[in-house]
Design a binder for this molecule. Structure first.
Ligand SMILES: NC(=O)c1ccc[n+]([C@@H]2O[C@H](COP(=O)([O-])OP(=O)(O)OC[C@H]3O[C@@H](n4cnc5c(N)ncnc54)[C@H](OP(=O)(O)O)[C@@H]3O)[C@@H](O)[C@H]2O)c1
Length: 264
């Protein structure tokens, strides 16, 4: 790996985005840490990355805007003096609804942030490389962060699930379309963090609902993105980092499945 290589991680102020930033920094990559509202968290990620000896620059953007993908790539090129070698499309929204209660605004909101902008950000990287006339080496990659839910369907969190399904189906299409300049892969984590209305007790139970019956380590998930970025033979595939959660089918989202069947 070239020590001047940059990774752009969207939504890197907290949680899994921060883990991605630290995993890449540990391997010697510099980090473009994107955030929307969490400036304090982004500053903390920056300090933590720098403590690992890598550079970290902050970039702020609302990814729900139609032009966000091209604008964010341009911001990154301005800041780093080059396009990132890897983009980890991590930022997303996760709002509760189901197949019956989904609304047009919720579907569109999820689609813009979780699907359209990640895809257009990948396209912007491809366009930049083509404009530069760079030879294709397999070095540039995009990792679309998905969810085990897309491999293990139920009708809860419908707008979110549909947005991630569209992104998951797009992995192969973009891999075909952006080759040979950019590799495109997916990464599907299982349940890692307490989200939305979930209680700590519910989360603690839900985190055991996978084949290994133990919580998924965020750092293990993050290292999968680094593996994709570092391995030029991977293209058009999706890694599932979920302790086998996708092989445990449930009729409802695990949070509601547990709430519906509390332990005695
Ligand atoms: N959490 C889990 O257990 C889990 C399970 C499976 C898959 N995943 C996937 O893993 C990824 C990370 O999950 P997470 O729970 O760590 O994420 P998260 O905390 O819910 O959100 C990550 C970041 O997304 C950013 N974001 C949301 N809307 C945005 C917008 N319009 N523009 C720009 N940034 C926006 C927010 O940035 P600011 O705070 O700066 O506003 C937020 O900090 C997601 O893609 C998620 O779908 C998570």
């Amino acid at each position: 790996m070239n020590t001047t290589d940059w990774v752009l991680v969207t939504g890197a102020a907290h949680r899994l985005g921060r883990e991605f930033a630290l995993a890449f920094a540990t391997a010697g990559w510099n980090v473009l840490c994107h955030y929307r509202a969490s400036q304090a968290g982004a500053l903390q990620t920056q300090a933590d990355v720098r403590a690992l000896g890598a550079e970290c620059l902050l970039v702020q953007a609302d990814l729900a805007q139609p032009e966000a993908g091209t604008q964010l790539l341009a911001q990154c090129v301005d800041l780093a003096g080059q396009a990132p070698r890897c983009i980890v499309n991590n930022a997303s929204i996760f709002e509760a609804d189901d197949a019956r209660t989904a609304s047009a605004p919720a579907l569109l909101r999820h689609f813009l942030t979780n699907t359209a902008t990640p895809l257009l950000l990948a396209n912007a990287l491809h366009a930049w490389l083509c404009a530069q006339g760079r030879p294709a080496t397999g070095a540039y990659s995009v990792v679309h962060v998905l969810d085990q839910k897309v491999h293990n369907l139920n009708p809860d969190y419908f707008s979110y699930t549909v947005s991630k399904l569209a992104l998951e189906r797009s992995v192969a299409l973009q891999a075909q379309a952006l080759a040979p300049q950019v590799r495109v892969c997916g990464l599907s984590p299982g349940l890692i963090y307490l989200s939305g209305p979930q209680t700590q007790d519910n989360f603690d139970q839900a985190a055991q609902v996978n084949l290994l019956r133990r919580p998924i380590a965020p750092a293990d998930v993050a290292r999968c993105a680094l593996f994709i970025a570092s391995n030029p033979s991977l293209n058009g595939c999706t890694l599932q980092a979920d302790n086998g959660q996708h092989l445990v089918p449930l009729e409802r989202d695990v949070m509601f499945a547990i709430a519906d069947n509390p332990r005695p």
